[in-house]
Structures are given as C-alpha cells and as structure tokens.
Design a protein around this ligand. Structure first.
Ligand SMILES: [Fe+2]
Length: 368
C-alpha cells in the first residue's frame, strides 16, 4: 500500500447466506420450501436456456402449483428491454406475489434474476433504475445458483444491462440487488465448454489484477483480490483447470473476485473490453481475453502470466477482431473505451487521456 491511496470502504453489503460444496443444489428444495407460505407461495425460476436441453445437472427443480419457469436466452447480454419483457412475462403469471426468485446460470442469468426481482416489487421499467441507489424497496427474495465461475455476478450489488435507446451500459447498483442466498455447487460447472470456462474464469483473475494495480486501494479489496488470484493460479497454472478440485477453487475465486470489485475498481482492461462488447458485440468474458492480449504495455508481468495460462490450457482467443473496421467504428471504439473514467483514473491517473490518445487507443485495438 506504500504509494497507494487507502480509500476505505463505504458500508459494504455482502450476500446474506451461502452454501458451498458438491451437491449443494440438493438443498434448494428446503430453502425454497422455507420461503413458501399459503398467501405467497409462487417461486419464479429464471434458468439459463442451456438447461432446457440438459436439465440433468440440476437434479430436478422443487416446482409446485403456480411456480413459473422461464428460460433465459444467453445469446446476447441483457438489455433493459429484455429485462422488461421477462418481468412482464412473470407479472402476467402472478409473479408480483412471488415468495422467491431463483436464478440458475452464468453471469447473464444471475444479473437477469437480480434485475427482475427488483422490478417485480419496485414497478416501472429497468431503465428507471440504472445507476446508483435508485432501487427503493427490496426485491423478491433472491436465490443465486451460478453454473459458470468468474464474473462475480453472484457477489456484486449490480446487474449489468444495456439501454439500447441511449447506449448506456449500466446496472441497478443497489444494496437491494445483492442476492439473499447463494448455492455454490462446483458440480454444476462440470459441463461448461473449455473455452467458455477459461474466458469466464479469467474475468475473476482480470478483476483482481486490475484492482491490485490501481491507485484506489484498501486492505479489504486487496485481501479479496490476492486470494482470488492465488486460487486462479492454482486452477489455470495447475494440471487440469476443470478437475473437481479446480472447479471448486474457481467457484470460490469468482465469489471473492466479485467481493473485490465491490470494494475496489478495475483498470485498463475492462474499458477496452467494454468497447469490444458495445461496438462489436463480443460477450464480456471473451472480450476481456481479447483485450488482455494487447495489454503488455500496461500489465507486462500479468500479460506474460496470461499468455502462459492460454498456452497451458490450449484455449483459443479470437485474434484480428478489428481488421477491416471503418473509421466510424474505430471512433465508436475509442468513445466507448474512454467513457470509463473511474477505472482509467484508477489505473493511469487523472490525466489518463494524455496516455490514451485516440491514436494510441486505435493502435491497441489493432493489436487485438
Ligand atoms: Fe468483468
């Protein structure tokens, strides 16, 4: 911490309860039944569409009566319209009176569950709550069950979504967005494709690398980041990134990485990654990895470690993604990168624009 600012922590909110361990999903039934009472007993399940075809890992849902199961498309990252449409679907089937909402899936599904839960009790539209502390009352009791590790969505107080009308990519940053209950069951990540497993896992590692390299620091965020990085090293530098032990470790790293970004800030990678998502439509985790391949000037040691992870685990990072783009697309990439002031100040200081000129930013995108 020698030359770093100790930012302290502003009254952080954590997940209320969590269960961790292989087979933990079997406890969903008792948790759900403890929420039911005769007046309000409907449960809304929001589930990654992957499990529509492969439901076996979930071991059967504790469904009854008016319970609602909605499969969430993960083709695109959530938009405010998408959240509104799912909320309407839930409301049309009595969802406002639900006693619990259960999100089962990766970051997209977990964020969707958090957002729909808030909207069911607060009313209005998703766009009304984009920003900080705009959610007025607690949402429906939220249960999160990650089936992919790395984004930290299970731990954070936001749920990322894009408002396509104004291009704003911003979540409902609120204490009410935090899950009330998590079920962390590493058996649920056994069927994830290897590339996707790597990209998502790297999101946790990148969050923590960026946080530890920044200037807005505090000992709590540093502790979460350091331990998450250690776990990621075991997983991606070890013999088999998807062994039972590795999947358990990565699930914990993801949770700790989520706690880390809730108490500190990211750096240069995430703004560039956001540019790739907004302009070229790449999903967050693969976009991070694409961006990381051009980050040697900013994170030289971490860049080398990242390349080692990629080679050791034989994963494929898309390359040449900006070849053939036109001037207006490079301009859009620049604008959607440079807009992320807080992380860029964290990484490069208040005069970050002196370093990240339009020419420089374009050179970096051309390296990806
Ligand atoms: Fe991220």
């Amino acid at each position: 911490m020698s030359n770093k600012l100790d930012t302290g922590i502003k009254n952080a909110r954590n997940v209320n309860r969590y269960i961790f361990g292989r087979g933990a999903i079997q406890q969903l039934a008792s948790i759900v039944s403890s929420r039911r009472n005769s007046a309000k007993d409907q449960v809304v399940f929001l589930i990654d569409e992957f499990f529509k075809t492969f439901p076996e890992p979930l071991g059967g849902l504790p469904r009854q009566g008016d319970d609602l199961v909605i499969f969430v498309s993960t083709r695109d990252e959530p938009t405010t319209d998408f959240i509104d449409a799912l909320t309407e679907e839930a409301v049309s089937k009595g969802g406002r009176e639900a006693c619990a909402i259960v999100g089962i899936g990766g970051g997209i599904t977990l964020d969707t569950a958090k957002a729909v839960s808030n909207l069911l009790t607060n009313g209005g539209h998703a766009a009304d709550y984009q920003g900080w502390d705009r959610v007025k009352v607690p949402g429906v009791f939220k249960i999160g069950i990650p089936t992919l590790s790395g984004t930290g969505a299970e731990a954070t107080r936001t749920c990322v979504m894009t408002n396509q009308e104004n291009g704003l990519k911003l979540g409902m940053n609120s204490d009410h967005t935090v899950f009330d209950q998590l079920i962390l069951d590493p058996d649920l990540t056994a069927t994830v494709p290897r590339n996707q497993y790597f990209f998502s896992g790297m999101d946790a590692w990148i969050h923590c690398v960026e946080a530890l390299s920044g200037s807005f620091r505090n000992p709590v965020g540093d502790a979460f980041s350091t331990q998450a990085i250690n776990l990621c090293r075991d997983v991606f530098g070890g013999d088999e990134m998807m062994s039972d032990e590795s999947r358990a470790k990565l699930m914990v790293a993801s949770y700790l990485g989520g706690c880390a970004i809730a108490t500190s800030y990211v750096g240069v990678v995430h703004p560039f990654s956001a540019g790739l998502s907004v302009v070229l439509g790449f999903h967050h985790c693969v976009a991070n990895c694409i961006a990381m391949m051009a980050m040697e000037p900013y994170y030289p040691r971490e860049y080398r470690e990242f390349v080692d992870f990629v080679e050791k685990n034989e994963v494929h990072i898309p390359k040449g993604v900006c070849i053939g783009l036109v001037e207006s697309q490079f301009d859009a990439l620049y604008q959607s990168t440079i807009i992320h002031e807080k992380p860029l100040v964290n990484a490069l200081g208040v005069s970050f624009r002196d370093n990240l000129t339009e020419t420089r930013v374009r050179e970096l995108f051309e390296k990806m």
